[in-house]
Write a protein that binds this ligand. Structure first.
Ligand code: CP
Length: 318
């Protein structure tokens, strides 16, 4: 069974195929009638046990554009509230005819558990601070589009700096894995208190605690949301201090201008804590690709559905 649970699940050639498919999906999304019959008669269960706007809506739009039926299910309002076990819930949706499951949950590894129980193609829509693989794929597609690249191999050698709360970020973990896989140079900038120990050893990234010339010279700078809901006791002194040292703020913009690095592309996975990790002057500047990231999420998720569908169909016919 093929799933997308982690960036570890996909090879360079899988990424190449998904990105190629995403370009075709972008073309479909520009048509007057945005509908193709690829998944007609199939049902996608969207199981979101944590809040989401971008991921849930774009998976739903992606499934509907491919003509699938979609069912939304969360703990609120389902029989989970009455004490039904997860295993029984999964067996129930399988009996009801699920063809795909997309799942977001605060438990790390939860999507893997669902995939094991359901044996239905399962996509990780974010599990705790572990992974968010489709976010990494849409970030990669956005970077290629911003640079005018069509072939994955052409992005090799570009530099992305990821700044902020690395420790609690599934976006960072999937991003670092994917960007390294396709040959990007990855720099992370973070306070000691929001940096996982041994990150350099495991992921081969360059670590900095503050911005410097190398960061300002990056092709892409991605700010991460400060994930306060995952913080324990002491993480940062105050929002103001965090913004001063690790925020994309007016001072950051001034440094970019001073160094004539205006071509840098600013990214953020959303939702943004405006005034903390990023200020409106940066988020809504001409350098920002933040809302393009959101838009590209639909095409990438269509591509992932299509890719898993064809891979699983091939497997079944063997
Ligand atoms: N980037 C992201 O996962 O956003 P949502 O939480 O709105 O889905």
């Amino acid at each position: 069974m093929h799933h997308l649970l982690s960036i570890d699940d996909i090879s360079f050639s899988d990424v190449e195929n998904i990105i190629d498919l995403s370009f075709s999906m972008l073309e479909i999304l520009q048509r007057d009638i945005k509908k193709v019959p690829t998944l007609r008669g199939r049902t996608v269960f969207l199981m979101f046990f944590e809040p989401s706007t971008r991921t849930r809506v774009s998976f739903e739009l992606a499934a509907k554009t491919l003509s699938a039926d979609t069912i939304n299910l969360s703990d609120k309002g389902s029989s989970i509230e009455k004490g039904e076990s997860l295993v029984d819930t999964i067996k129930t949706i399988k009996s009801l005819g699920a063809d795909f499951i997309v799942v977001r949950h605060k438990g790390e590894g939860f999507p893997h558990l669902i995939a094991d129980i359901a044996k239905i193609p399962t996509i990780n829509g974010g599990d705790g601070k572990n992974e968010h693989p489709t976010q990494a794929l849409l970030d990669l597609l956005t970077m290629m589009l911003k640079k005018g690249l069509r072939k994955l191999s052409e992005i090799k050698g570009a530099t992305i700096s990821i700044v902020g709360d690395i420790m609690h970020s599934r976006v960072a973990r999937s991003g670092i894995k994917l960007f390294s896989k396709v040959g990007l140079n990855v720099i992370v900038i973070s306070s000691h208190t929001t940096l996982p120990k041994d990150i350099e050893k495991f992921y081969g990234v360059k670590i900095k605690n503050f911005f410097d010339d190398e960061v300002f010279s990056s092709d892409f700078i991605m700010a991460l949301r400060l994930q306060k809901e995952r913080h324990g006791n002491f993480i940062i002194p105050s929002d103001e201090e965090y913004n001063e040292f690790w925020g994309l703020n007016q001072r950051f913009l001034d440094e970019i201008k001073k160094r004539k690095k205006d071509s840098v592309i600013i990214m953020h996975p959303g939702p943004m804590n405006l005034g903390i990790e990023i200020e409106p002057a940066v988020a809504y500047s001409d350098s920002s690709a933040i809302f393009e990231q959101v838009r590209n999420g639909v095409a990438v998720r269509m591509a992932v559905f299509y890719y898993l569908f064809t891979k699983n169909a091939k497997r079944e016919s063997l």
